[in-house]
Design a binder for this molecule. Structure first.
Ligand code: GLT
Ligand code: MN
Ligand code: MN
Length: 411
């Protein structure tokens, strides 16, 4: 192939993307409760060892592009859009008014707000620092986000506790830290009750998000399960207002099975919000777009969620790769992520209707009709039925790769 000069590269990317075909219309995409984070689209490709590869973009552009793509919901941290120094000031009101206009102009709604209590130096020792004035500031920040959320019409607030943990052992007293962290959630819930009442709106759903490491070596609430324990610990004044925002990759990072973590959240009635992405087990928070690493597992996750009536929010919390340009972020990265998600969602429907899987599952559940308490006899009675486990696995892969529709074999 001949070299492609810079002025021809976007056209090539666009032509090959369109040639992939099969993209859904913005109207179809809007039927799903899919949200696009401000921070995902505006991510410049930087990290500890990485310089940015993309220039900054603001909320006007992100919201406009989401609107065009059919991503109908937008999510943000307070400081993604409001500089720390401007929080709580008239400048905040002015920015929030501009956000409202952008959302209205592009037919996008703000579904979730979250407080950045991890990036700024003030949170080096977490929002539950020993220092009472830092904790007071953290409480003020989460309450301010509740105000912003109500003003923007959000339904959800998310909390990722960042540095709630330690690098150096013994410096942090875990029970105090957890109690102090609970105090900031309690402050947010109490503020929410007050503001919701004043505005005649429902209170927000406050959702905790766990990540097992990064930025700290030891994290006090490393998993969704730890957070379920925390919600029920007695430290929260309004546990009924607090649920979970599991992230697919964050469960893989500790070696867990995301589907099992989601099942535990569902059983507890706390699966309220879900950050969707992909990545590798026991590695960093690489935030790869949904379905690029573990499509079979994703198919199974969506079968679970569909069977339990969970319909979203699905928050696209991934990072377009450093190799993707700002043009590529909206031409390739977001539309392909959304469309893979919708395809997997549709495939989950196919799995649920598949006559082979249905019959096999029903047969497994009906058992062999044996009786008695002799384990050998019970095993013998069910032995041939249990082969269906592997057949179900095979059928799922067939559906994933389209082979269930039949294929031509060359020999
Ligand atoms: C941070 C984290 C994400 C969370 C964000 C919500 S912050 O980027 O890695 O997974 O969802 O605050
Ligand atoms: Mn996340
Ligand atoms: Mn992540």
């Amino acid at each position: 192939m001949t070299p492609t000069p810079p002025d021809k590269q976007q056209a090539l990317v666009a032509r090959l993307t369109d040639a992939c075909g099969g993209s859904y219309s913005p109207e179809t995409r809007r039927k799903f409760f899919i949200s696009g984070p401000q921070w995902a689209a505006a991510y410049e490709g930087h990290a500890i060892f990485h310089a940015p590869t993309r220039p900054p973009i603001g909320f006007e552009q992100v919201i406009e592009e989401y609107g065009k793509l059919g991503i109908g919901h937008w999510t943000t941290h307070d400081t993604d859009v409001i500089p720390s120094e401007a929080l709580g000031s008239a400048a905040q009101d002015e920015i929030v008014a501009r956000i409202k206009k952008s959302l209205a102009d592009n037919g996008v709604n703000c579904s979730m707000v979250t407080t950045e209590t991890f990036h700024h130096a003030v949170f080096a020792s977490s929002p539950a620092s020993e220092s009472p004035e830092i904790r007071k500031y953290a409480k003020w920040r989460v309450c301010n986000t509740v105000d912003i959320g109500h003003e923007l019409g959000a339904e959800f607030a998310v909390y990722w506790p960042g540095s709630l943990g330690y690098q150096v052992q013994g410096a942090v007293e875990e029970t105090d830290t957890l109690r102090w962290y609970a105090e900031s959630l309690n402050a947010a819930c109490e503020r929410d009750i007050e503001v919701a009442k004043k505005r005649g709106r429902p209170t927000l759903k406050h959702c905790m998000e766990a990540k097992p490491f990064e930025p700290q070596a030891e994290i006090l609430l490393p998993t969704s399960d730890a957070m379920l324990g925390f919600i029920n610990s007695g430290l929260l004044t309004h546990p009924e207002m607090v649920g979970l925002n599991p992230e697919y990759l964050h469960e893989l990072m500790w070696g867990g099975a995301p589907r099992a973590a989601l099942a535990r959240a569902l059983t507890a009635g706390k699966l309220w919000h879900f950050d969707i992405n992909d990545g590798y087990r026991l590695k960093h928070d690489v935030d790869i777009a949904v379905g690029l690493v573990n499509p079979l597992d994703w198919l199974n996750v969506l079968v679970l969620l569909r069977s339990h009536g969970y319909k979203g929010p699905f928050n696209l919390d991934y990072k377009p790769p450093r190799t993707t340009s700002n043009f590529g972020v909206f031409k390739v990265s977001f539309p392909t992520a959304v469309d893979r998600f919708i395809t997997l969602w549709e495939m989950a429907g196919v799995v649920m209707e598949d006559s082979i899987i249905r019959e096999a599952s029903a047969a497994l559940r009906a058992g062999a009709g044996a009786s008695g308490n002799d384990p050998k006899e019970l095993f013998e009675a069910n032995k041939e039925l249990m082969t269906l486990h592997e057949l179900i696995g095979h059928r799922l892969v067939q559906i994933l790769i389209g082979a269930h529709r039949g294929r031509t074999y060359s020999v």
